[in-house]
Each structure stands twice: as structure tokens, then as C-alpha cells.
Design a protein around this ligand. Structure first.
Ligand code: ATP
Length: 416
């Protein structure tokens, strides 16, 4: 069981001193305007878990835009959304969100809400889960005080994910994906009643736009262990809302960690993860998923490339294949697709040749350039490309070492 943490202590302990000073100053300025300021959302949840979270969301009972303008050191550090009563400021390396406490009403399920100013408590009820529906006061006497109208702290202690009312997933079914993400990230459990409603409302995912679903998928891909979320989604019958044939089984336990290994020190790109998640779909199924989610071009192309590379595995593994042949089999494909293919390849020969391409062949270039050829008297035209290609092949296959070797090839070819 997690222990109860004092919010004021946790602010001091888990946020950098300069940021604490910024929050205190914002609190003072809000008080001077006769307004109240709160930390809200994920940062409150994480502070109560004793964790640092620099994704700062502030709620103002009052004019959030005016307060943000007072806190921004240069006017160009601020982005304002008047219709939503919000402003974002860039402060050092961070973005800090200021939002007026608001009420949200949904015209119909899955629609974007209509927003109007309200009290903090009304602002908290529009939120997804009790653990995200808490606030910490930042003004005057309120400083460090926890506002927890839905017992989020108790759910943090009991490690439970709970919605605030029974229509929550109907109002906004992206919360289904969000719930799985928090559950798997925090090692919590979606509590039984919430889970029952979540299962009941899976069909509501059809009411949300593809953009909003893809946004949630992107958030999952940024998690430390996205495979856990996809496996849970598969087990609950949610993954098949993306595509009926999409599966997330134990193969992901092998593939996703390898993606992290090959991408180290960076995080795997969304394209690499998506290529691995969808690897076992055929090309038609991939295109169906792509047109449903309207995936970014690079991701869609990486999925297609992975499929196409798979159909070339048998050639890539041919005994005695030349390095230039490996190069030409692969050079049209995105690097992410090659990485995905290395991870998934079933034979050592394929894996080795893909690696050889990735680590070495793709960066090999002839010493002579087009300019050198012009100097040697070669005229412009398609034969120029042909000569450069044969120089590249000779270099890849180790048939040339020096500039003179390459010049010899040019003379030979050109004389023909
Ligand atoms: P993270 O998800 O990375 O931990 P977070 O909890 O701060 O970050 P955000 O997506 O940044 O989540 O949203 C900020 C807050 O807004 C959430 O904590 C939650 O209270 C609320 N929120 C976000 N999306 C929804 C939603 N679909 N329905 C209700 N509330 C939401």
C-alpha cells in the first residue's frame, strides 16, 4: 500500500526549487487579483505518489489568460486560446499550462465538449479518473492544501483506477484507452465497477474521431512499456476496435524490448513500434488500419515497407549473395522498417544481412562524384547515373579500394 504524502512537502521535494518559486509567485499574483490558483491533473497525482512530473497544469478560478500574461517573461513566450480560456507559456525548458476552471457539456457522445467557466469542483468532475481529479491550492492560506472531492487519494493508496460517474466512458470513450494506460503505467488495477462499465462501453469507441484515438495510441507509444497496454487492450477486446485482426500477444514481449535495444540511447520511434505491432497483419489489413486511423505518412510507409521487406527475406538469405545485391534489395526502404525486420526475422542469415546493410552498406559511397566524372570528360545524361551505380557496386563488393581503381572503371565503362 502506498503511503499518504503531504502535498506541500512533496512540491518542495519533487519539483526543482526554481519551479517551486515560480508557482509561489503565480499564487501570490493570483491572490493579488482576488483569484485562486491550483495545480491540477497528472502532476498532483504524481506528487502524491512522491514522483517528479514537470508537466505542469495550472487551473485558475478567474482569468487564466491574464495571469499567464503576467507570468510570461516575454510576450512571445505565450500562446493563448481565448475560446478555451487557456494559455500556455514557455518557461525555461518547460511548457506551463494555465486554464480557467471550466464546466464541460457534451452535445452527444464522443463530440468535443462545450466549455464555460466554473468553480474548481465543477472543473474536477469533468476529469477522467479520481486519481486525476485532484488539485493542490497555491494561493495564500490554501497553499499546499489538497482538494480531493472524489477520493482520488484513497484510490492512489489502494492502487485503483476509477471513473467519476457511470456515463464517463459514454461521454468520452478515449478514456477507455487512457484508463488502460494509467493502469499499466502505475501498476494499478481498474476497479471492478469501472471495468464493468469500460467493457460495456467498448462499442462507444466508434463514436470518437480517428484523430482522437490515434492521439491516445501515440501517448501509449511514449510509455516506458507500451506492450503492457496493448496486451491488456487485446485481452479486453479493445484492440480489435483498431482492426479486427490485430493481436497483441506474447510476441510483443519479445519485439518491443528489442525495439528499445536497437533504438538505444533513443526511444523507439512510433513508426518502429507501429510496424512491430501490426507486423503480422497482411498488407490489405495494414491499409485498412491505416485508413481508419489516418496514420502519419512515415508510419504508414514503415508498415508497408516492413511488409515488402518480408517478401524479400528469401532473396536476402540467398547463399553467396553479393553485398551490392543486399544493398539494392533494401535501399528503397525506411530505416525503421529495416529495424523492424531485423527484430522479426526468423533466420540468422536474414538478420545478419539486414544488420550488415543497416550498420555498413547503406553509408558506403564511391570516392568519385558526378563532378569528378564531368572533369574526366563524361557528359551529362542517364549513363552518368549508370556509371556512378557501377562504381557504388564495385565499392560495395570490395572490387575497388582507391580513387585510381574507380577512375579505371570509369574509363573502361565510358569507352564502351
Ligand atoms: P499523463 O497522461 O502523461 O500522465 P496527465 O495525467 O497530465 O499526463 P494529460 O493528458 O496531460 O494527462 O491531461 C491533463 C489532465 O486533464 C488529466 O490529468 C485529466 O485530469 C484531464 N484529462 C485529459 N484528458 C481527459 C479526458 N479525455 N477526459 C477527462 N479528463 C481528461
Amino acid at each position: 500500500m502506498a503511503k499518504v504524502i503531504n502535498p506541500a512537502d512533496s512540491i518542495e521535494k519533487n519539483l526543482p526549487a526554481e519551479l517551486v518559486a515560480f508557482l509561489q509567485l503565480a499564487g501570490k499574483r493570483a491572490a493579488a487579483r482576488q483569484e485562486k490558483l491550483y495545480l491540477v491533473g497528472g502532476v498532483v497525482r504524481d506528487l502524491l505518489l512522491g514522483k517528479t512530473n514537470l508537466d505542469i497544469d495550472l487551473a485558475v478560478e478567474g482569468n487564466a489568460i491574464a495571469l499567464a500574461k503576467e507570468m510570461a517573461d516575454k510576450q512571445d513566450n505565450i500562446t493563448v486560446h481565448k475560446n478555451f480560456y487557456t494559455a500556455k507559456i514557455r518557461w525555461h525548458d518547460l511548457y506551463i499550462d494555465f486554464a480557467a476552471t471550466r464546466r464541460e457539456t457534451y452535445a452527444n457522445p464522443g463530440a468535443l465538449p462545450t466549455v464555460s467557466p466554473s468553480s474548481l469542483i465543477e472543473d474536477l468532475i469533468r476529469r477522467d479518473f479520481t486519481i486525476n481529479a485532484m488539485a493542490i491550492g497555491l494561493t495564500g492560506q490554501d497553499y499546499g492544501l489538497l482538494y480531493d472531492p472524489y477520493n482520488g487519494q484513497e484510490d492512489l493508496i489502494n492502487r485503483g483506477i476509477r471513473i467519476l460517474h457511470d456515463k464517463s466512458f459514454i461521454d468520452d470513450s478515449t478514456r477507455i484507452w487512457r484508463g488502460l494506460r494509467y493502469e499499466q503505467r502505475l501498476g494499478f488495477q481498474i476497479e471492478p465497477h469501472t471495468l464493468e462499465l469500460l467493457k460495456r462501453d467498448i462499442p462507444m469507441l466508434d463514436t470518437v474521431s480517428a484523430d482522437r484515438i490515434y492521439y491516445e495510441i501515440e501517448c501509449i507509444l511514449k510509455e516506458e512499456l507500451p506492450e503492457k497496454v496493448f496486451k491488456r487492450a487485446h485481452a479486453l477486446g479493445i484492440l480489435k476496435k483498431l482492426h479486427p485482426d490485430l493481436k497483441a500477444d506474447s510476441r510483443l514481449d519479445d519485439r518491443f524490448p528489442q525495439a528499445r535495444e536497437v533504438s538505444f540511447p533513443h526511444r523507439p520511434s512510433p513508426a518502429l513500434y507501429m510496424a512491430l505491432l501490426t507486423y503480422d497483419l497482411n498488407i490489405t489489413e495494414k491499409e485498412e488500419l491505416n485508413s481508419y486511423l489516418r496514420l502519419p505518412k512515415l508510419i504508414a510507409q514503415t508498415m508497408r515497407d516492413s511488409d515488402s521487406i518480408k517478401s524479400r527475406f528469401k532473396y536476402i538469405a540467398t547463399t553467396g549473395i553479393k553485398r551490392s545485391e543486399i544493398y539494392h534489395l533494401l535501399y528503397d526502404y525506411s530505416l525503421q522498417a529495416i529495424m523492424a525486420s531485423i527484430i522479426v526475422a526468423e533466420t540468422e542469415e536474414v538478420r545478419q544481412n539486414l544488420r550488415l546493410y543497416l550498420d555498413k552498406l547503406r553509408s558506403i559511397k564511391p570516392l568519385l562524384t558526378g563532378k569528378d566524372l564531368l572533369k574526366m570528360g563524361v557528359t551529362q545524361g542517364p549513363h552518368m547515373r549508370e556509371i556512378l551505380n557501377s562504381l557504388l557496386d564495385a565499392k560495395l563488393d570490395d572490387r575497388v579500394k582507391t580513387r585510381e581503381d574507380e577512375e579505371r572503371i570509369v574509363k573502361n565503362k565510358y569507352s564502351k
